[in-house]
Design a protein around this ligand. Structure first.
Ligand code: KE4
Length: 447
């Protein structure tokens, strides 16, 4: 044992590369599945997860010595790139003032003001430590405000791991949800309806079935958790009209899309005003931060003003809030989203061309600076069509790219993200690697 310890210390000192398999084996001894969030485990792509030693700008420096261009970017949180100097400087200063007080600070008011000014549907805000908590709070407020119990979500939509939202799709519009996770009693999902994304008819059917029971519809205004799926024309408008007609609330889960397409939410892009919005990822600049908010009349249901309870020891934590403020300030002043979109467009065009040249069918769903490469020749408009993709080909593509120094999100049902740190040179390098990856998998024997 002592000898191993000495070896490990020596490796650490010299920064010698570590074997990911060994690191993963040790991790699995202490951490369930070796990870702190399942999707990091590479279960969807096979193989051993990459262990990160450090990251800077658009690059990950892995423990095995490799440097990878990162398109997962902490699942969309790092739109400025890893370790942005402005964020790090702000954190270095803030941390000296303490890490948590459990008391009000001006910082929280400052961040809340920025969110209210940037997101039209947010008149009042509550900060949390994660997107899951933000969604839990929003759904609870919606139920308290309307006095109704049912919630409509969409198949393939992910809104964090709260019991009532881990729901298997119901067969018909009016089929009440069944749990999609062990440990969730069926009556916890009894009030959740899970419908096909982009299918307005099914939502209308659900409202006809439960005209006075639906508290809210919650959706990602651009889906990112089934891979990127873009709302079809009229879908969001149709949901808005149905919520107005049946006195239900429309909740946009913008944990992924908030500040992704421009300085604000996708709601501005689509010109739809939801009743509540959930945020996370980007607004925390890589630190644990979420937020939910809406019209003041709705939010006043929330304790301490109203009867809907919600709380958090580290909610609005001064260190996380500092990272969020530094990120949003940077985005507001310098965030040329147009250039970000242009780089994403060029990358996706390069991927499309490379796939075509290799005779491989792909469908690339892209919007703003998020995209997914689906290995299918047919349009992907919801979870059913997303599931038609060839998972084996995706796995081969993922690993062929990884071998060429490019890290995509390790799942066919996730989004990839271009950040402000990805340079034109990075995009060119990535397209070159993609070409090689397609050629490699084209030559491979069918699975
Ligand atoms: P968190 O609790 O993970 O901060 O947020 C949950 C959440 C809520 N809503 C949307 C639209 C989300 O995308 C998420 C979290 N996204 C996943 C990846 N797509 C986080 C990655 C993970 O689970 O490890």
């Amino acid at each position: 044992m002592a000898q191993n310890k000495v070896k490990r210390q020596a490796r650490k000192k010299t920064g010698a590369s570590q074997d990911h398999a060994r690191l993963f084996e040790t991790a699995q001894r202490y951490l369930v599945g070796g990870v702190n969030s399942p999707v990091r485990s590479f279960r969807s792509v096979g193989g051993v997860p990459v262990f990160v030693k450090k990251a800077k700008s658009a690059r990950i420096h892995a423990e095995d010595g490799r440097t990878l261009i990162d398109y997962c970017m902490s699942w969309g949180a790092l739109i400025l790139g890893h370790a942005h100097p402005q964020v790090i400087a702000a954190l270095a200063k803030a941390i000296k003032n303490g890490t948590s007080y459990g008391m009000p600070t001006q910082l929280e008011t400052e961040l809340a003001k920025m969110l209210v000014e940037a997101v039209p549907s947010m008149e009042q805000v509550r900060l949390t430590s994660s997107g899951t908590e933000a969604v839990m709070g929003a759904v609870r407020v919606a139920r308290a405000y309307t006095g109704k119990s049912k919630i409509v979500k969409f198949e393939g939509g992910y809104h964090g791991h709260a019991d009532h939202l881990l729901v298997k799709a119901g067969s018909g519009a009016s089929t009440l949800g069944t749990p999609d996770s062990a440990g969730v009693p069926s009556d916890f999902t009894h009030h959740t309806l899970s419908l096909p994304y982009n299918d307005l008819m099914k939502v209308e059917e659900a409202f006809r079935q439960y005209p006075r029971d639906i508290a809210a519809i919650i959706l990602e205004p651009v889906a990112g958790n089934m891979g990127v799926v873009i709302p079809s024309k009229g879908f969001l408008q149709g949901l808005r009209k149905l919520c107005d007609r049946y006195q239900s609330l429309l909740i946009f889960d913008e944990v992924m899309t908030g500040f992704r397409f421009h300085y604000g939410g996708a709601q501005k892009l689509f010109k739809i005003l939801p009743d509540m919005t959930c945020l996370g990822k980007i607004i925390g600049g890589g630190m644990p931060l979420g937020a939910f908010g809406g019209r003041a009349a709705v939010m006043k249901m929330l304790a301490p003003l109203g009867p809907a309870y919600q709380a958090g020891t580290l909610s609005g934590n001064p260190v996380a809030v500092t990272a969020g403020i530094a990120t949003l300030e940077r985005l507001k002043r310098f965030g040329s989203y147009r250039s970000l979109m242009a780089r994403t467009k060029r990358l996706c065009a390069g991927i499309r061309e490379a796939a075509h040249a290799s005779g491989i069918h792909v469908q690339i769903n892209a919007i703003g600076s998020m995209f997914t490469v689906f290995f299918t020749g047919r349009s992907v408009i919801d979870y059913e069509t997303a599931k038609r993709q060839d998972g084996t080909l995706f796995r081969k593509f993922f690993h062929a790219l990884l071998a060429k120094g490019i890290y995509f999100a390790p799942s066919p049902f996730e989004a990839n993200f271009v950040s402000f740190a990805h340079t034109e040179k990075d995009i060119t390098q990535t397209i070159k690697a993609v070409r090689g990856a397609f050629q490699k998998i084209q030559g491979m024997p069918a699975a």
